[in-house]
Design a protein around this ligand. Structure first.
Ligand SMILES: O=C(O)c1ccccc1NCC(=O)[C@H](O)[C@H](O)COP(=O)(O)O
Length: 383
């Protein structure tokens, strides 16, 4: 595994720039790097297969993700690479050639997160068929510049002396069903901003959360100034460019879903786009993986298990007790996510060491989600 990571990590930074990714030369650059790294006859054979796969992808105007490059290079499946890192969520994996089956046709998802990811694989491949990576990169280059998500959190934290608020726009969720029938995202975000939210989180998944990229775009164009987090289940770099093209300033990357190399690769893309990556973890193993990755600036500790729905705010405290010092040394900001309803909850995660909180349900369920912010903190927030 180490050597595979070394091969892929040896891709030069320039290979990840949007400008290069958008031209055929970047693809051949990556191809040369991958094939050029093969030292043994066996690897050369695998690389020949990789080359065929990559050429096939290019002919069909598809772009490959880093995990797929490793897969081709190593002969290992994405799922076995992920499992070696402790990732339990399996990818269904599209066939590399139309004649190949996935072998997963009869499989059933083991939990809700796996279901969401399998649905996302279908959704993303359908979206890519309509708008290629090349086109979406082009669109992202015309978006207004990304706003400073971390800067907004830091300023609000300093201003109020309590964790900054990332207020979430979430109509429904798999664990709670519909949270709000009367759902007007523009009204909600203006109320959030007026009442002291530092940043906004916009759910874009349609099938499980009744969100949409249209909501993200409408909010962006509605005149709010808070930076926007695209709350998506990212499995493919295409989604990052698409989110940027719709006005996102930050994007969620879930460590329970993405192998390390994908996180590294996606972080570089975010950096090139001026976006912030909020990297979400739920347990110690995920946190340790993420802490080994260079360039991580913002980590979210989710109190909700996305596999079982169990919410436990002590998760934030336990993880920060164990790794708080390392996080501080690295200058990483921590967001406490999920299950926060009252001033005591906010104080609890603040004492644990978070600089920001991500809150959805407890605000969305109130008649006036803006006024609910003062109820959540036990005081009004300064804007
Ligand atoms: O909220 C869910 O039911 C859910 C299910 C599966 C995957 C993700 C899910 N939610 C994402 C989140 O973690 C929350 O939207 C976010 O942290 C806010 O949480 P809350 O304040 O508890 O709504």
């Amino acid at each position: 595994m180490e050597s595979l990571l070394a091969v892929s990590s040896s891709l030069p930074a320039a290979a990840f720039s949007p400008a290069l990714l958008s031209t055929p030369s970047s693809s051949s650059h990556i191809l040369r790097t991958v094939t050029g790294a093969a030292g043994t006859a066996a690897r050369a054979v695998r690389c020949a297969a990789a080359k065929d796969s990559i050429l096939y992808a290019l002919e069909h105007d598809e772009m490959f993700n880093s995990a797929e490059v490793i897969q081709w290079e190593s002969g290992k499946s994405i799922n076995s690479i992920a499992a070696a890192q402790g990732i339990r969520i399996r990818r269904r994996c599209r066939p590399r050639y139309p004649s190949e089956g996935t072998g997963a046709d009869k499989a059933v998802p083991r939990n809700i997160l796996e279901q969401i990811i399998w649905d996302k694989e279908v959704e993303v491949s359908q979206r890519k068929a309509k708008k290629t990576l090349h086109n979406v990169i082009e669109s992202s280059q015309h978006a207004p510049p990304a706003r400073d998500f971390i800067g907004a959190l830091t300023a609000a934290h300093g201003r109020n002396g309590v964790p900054a608020l990332i207020a979430e726009v979430k109509k429904a969720s798999p664990s709670r069903g519909v949270l709000r029938e009367d759902f007007n995202p523009v009204e909600i975000v203006h109320a959030y901003e007026k009442n002291g939210a530092a940043c906004l989180s916009i759910l874009t998944d349609e099938k499980h959360f009744q969100g949409s990229f249209e909501n993200l775009e409408t909010v962006r164009n509605s005149g709010v100034e808070c930076p926007l987090l695209c709350k998506e289940f990212v499995i493919d770099i295409w989604q990052i460019y698409y989110a940027r093209s719709k006005g996102a300033d930050a994007i969620l990357l879930i460590a329970a879903v993405l192998p390390d190399l994908d996180i590294k690769y996606m972080l570089r893309i975010c950096k090139n786009l001026g976006m912030t990556a909020l990297i979400e973890v739920h347990d110690e193993r995920e946190l340790d993986r993420v802490l080994k990755i260079d360039g991580v600036q913002l980590i979210g500790i989710n109190n909700r298990s996305l596999e079982t729905f169990k919410v436990d705010t002590s998760n934030t405290k336990i993880l920060l007790q164990k790794r708080g010092d390392t996080i501080k040394e690295k200058g990483i900001l921590v967001v406490g996510e999920s299950g926060l309803f009252m001033p005591d909850d906010v104080a609890y995660v603040q004492n644990a060491g978070v600089s920001a909180i991500l809150v959805g349900e407890s605000l969305m369920k109130q008649e006036d989600p803006g006024k609910a912010i003062a109820g959540l903190y036990g005081k009004e927030l300064l804007c």
